[in-house]
Design a protein around this ligand. Structure first.
Ligand code: PMP
Length: 463
């Protein structure tokens, strides 16, 4: 080491920062669970996911076994996190990296891998795995044709679970001082759960291991019956399979619980809003299962759940309101008043209003122009009354000249006002009672209005 660096704290490369991720207690989302629930936050890894751990381990194992030599090429079928983990190792250690994936993958993911200097080969999505142009076949061919190429094959590579046996498992044991009673993780390749489970069970055979599987995947049924069933599509990424990965050791998993897209993805969004934990959909799914488990436990139990990756890779999916609504996944029960205001599809201003002193004629013009039923009346920033279209109409018919009177001569009671972060349920309750609309207040001022029609549209859009 050079003299100038003596005593200076630093890492030799970014790869040395993989692992040692924090455990954070879940607060609001776990309010109704007697047992504490601790989340192992894998997005703290430098590539943003748990897969950094196996990327490094699989490359080092291949180097030890002589399968990967200087100047060699790392090949894998992956569109996501494993690609990033491997691409980072390739960049630091001077390998080439080639990733084969279906062409349905988002351009963000392709660009992310290219940013690390990797080569990306796209194959048509709608071909069977054994077709010559499937991405599996392309990966095999590239591995055979390029001298010094090595297919890491995460689904069947024993180093995948081994990496978790050697790093993730011991970290969890030490961080919890061996007190955890339950461990929950999603099943993808099964590497995470199998490796962690083996480590924890060796130290305490009573630790219960619970897998989380999306509805549509075949892994839960396989665990319970040993039979392979038909798979169906689902939206949560990175977990569940339509085949049985060799990296999964089903014998160390005590139970598998399924989670729907709707439950998992809406909880993913709540984790960001309520806990400031910004993660992908497979994390929401794992937490949903962990909460199911923890609800039935006691304060003497301790649940650890592993959250695999950052939410940044899903900004156009689970973390996008439009995408959630278009896929009929938006759950009104976990939405807030301001979500409806910002999601309104009608091209009208968020808040149409008149001021004390404006004329009824001005109010009528607004009603006509925007086709609204009621208009709040403001004095300064305060809402002091409401003008209804029916009253305006009656007044105009009875006395056309009276339209020059000020609005306060005809206004009714002001609309109730709710905070933007109130649950949608609370707004729905007010609208179902006598009110045709409610005002939404944010940062001390009224920022929008929600009508019965807006609420119905929102709920219909969520179905
Ligand atoms: N979540 C995400 C986002 C993933 O990329 C993966 C890996 N496919 C998993 C969960 C599951 O982890 P494992 O493959 O170790 O079962």
């Amino acid at each position: 080491m050079s003299r100038v660096l003596e005593g200076v704290r630093y890492q030799e490369s970014v790869l040395d920062t993989v692992g040692r991720t924090p455990l954070v207690r879940l607060g609001k989302v776990a309010r109704d669970c007697p047992a504490p629930v601790l989340a192992k936050l894998e997005f703290f890894n430098p590539g943003g996911s748990v897969k950094d751990r196996i990327g490094l381990a699989m490359v080092e194992a291949a180097e030890r076994e002589g399968l990967l030599k200087p100047g060699g090429t790392i090949v894998e079928c992956t569109s996501g996190n494993t690609g990033v983990g491997l691409a980072m190792v390739a960049a630091v250690r001077g390998y080439r990296a080639v990733f084969c994936m279906p062409d349905k993958v988002s351009s963000e993911k392709v660009n992310l891998l290219k940013a690390y200097g990797a080569e990306v080969l796209l194959s048509p999505t709608a071909v069977p795995p054994d077709a010559p142009d499937s991405y599996y076949s392309v990966a095999k061919r590239v591995t055979q044709e390029r001298p010094g190429a090595f297919l890491t094959n995460q689904y069947h590579n024993p180093t995948n679970p081994l990496a978790h046996y050697q790093s993730t498992g011991p970290e969890i044991w030490e961080q919890t001082a061996g007190k955890l009673t339950h461990f929950v993780a999603g099943l993808g390749t099964g590497g995470t759960i199998s490796g962690v489970a083996r480590c924890l069970k060796e130290r305490n055979p009573k630790v219960r291991i619970v897998g989380a599987d999306p509805v549509g995947s075949i892994l839960k049924a396989y665990h319970e019956t040993g039979k392979i069933t038909e798979a169906h599509t689902y939206k949560i990424e990175g977990v569940g399979e339509d085949f049985i990965p060799g990296a999964t050791d089903f014998s160390v998993i005590d139970q598998v619980i399924s989670c729907t897209d709707r439950a998992g993805l809406n909880l993913t969004r709540r984790l960001a809003r309520e806990e400031a934990i910004f993660v992908g959909g497979s994390s929401g799914m794992a937490v949903w299962v962990a909460l199911e488990v923890a609800r039935a436990l006691t304060p003497e139990d301790l649940v650890v759940v592993l959250l695999p990756d950052t939410g940044e890779r899903y900004l156009s999916k689970v973390h996008n309101d439009e995408w959630m609504r278009d896929n009929h996944l938006f759950d009104p029960a976990v939405s807030r008043a301001r979500d409806i205001v910002s999601g309104k599809r009608r091209p009208i201003p968020r808040l149409l209003s008149v001021k004390v002193g404006d004329t009824l004629r001005q109010a009528l013009a607004l009603v006509e122009q925007h086709d609204v039923t009621q208009i709040p009346v403001f004095r300064g920033a305060e809402s002091v009354g409401t003008l209804y279209d029916s009253d305006l109409l009656k007044s105009a018919l009875a006395d056309p000249a009276g339209l020059d009177r000020p609005v306060e001569t005809l206004m009714a009671e002001p609309l109730p006002c709710v905070q933007g972060d109130e649950p949608v349920e609370q707004v729905a309750r007010l609208l179902a009672a006598r009110n045709s609309a409610v005002l939404i207040s944010d940062n001390g001022g009224v920022s929008g209005i929600l009508t019965r029609f807006d609420m119905l549209q929102f709920i219909a859009g969520a179905e």
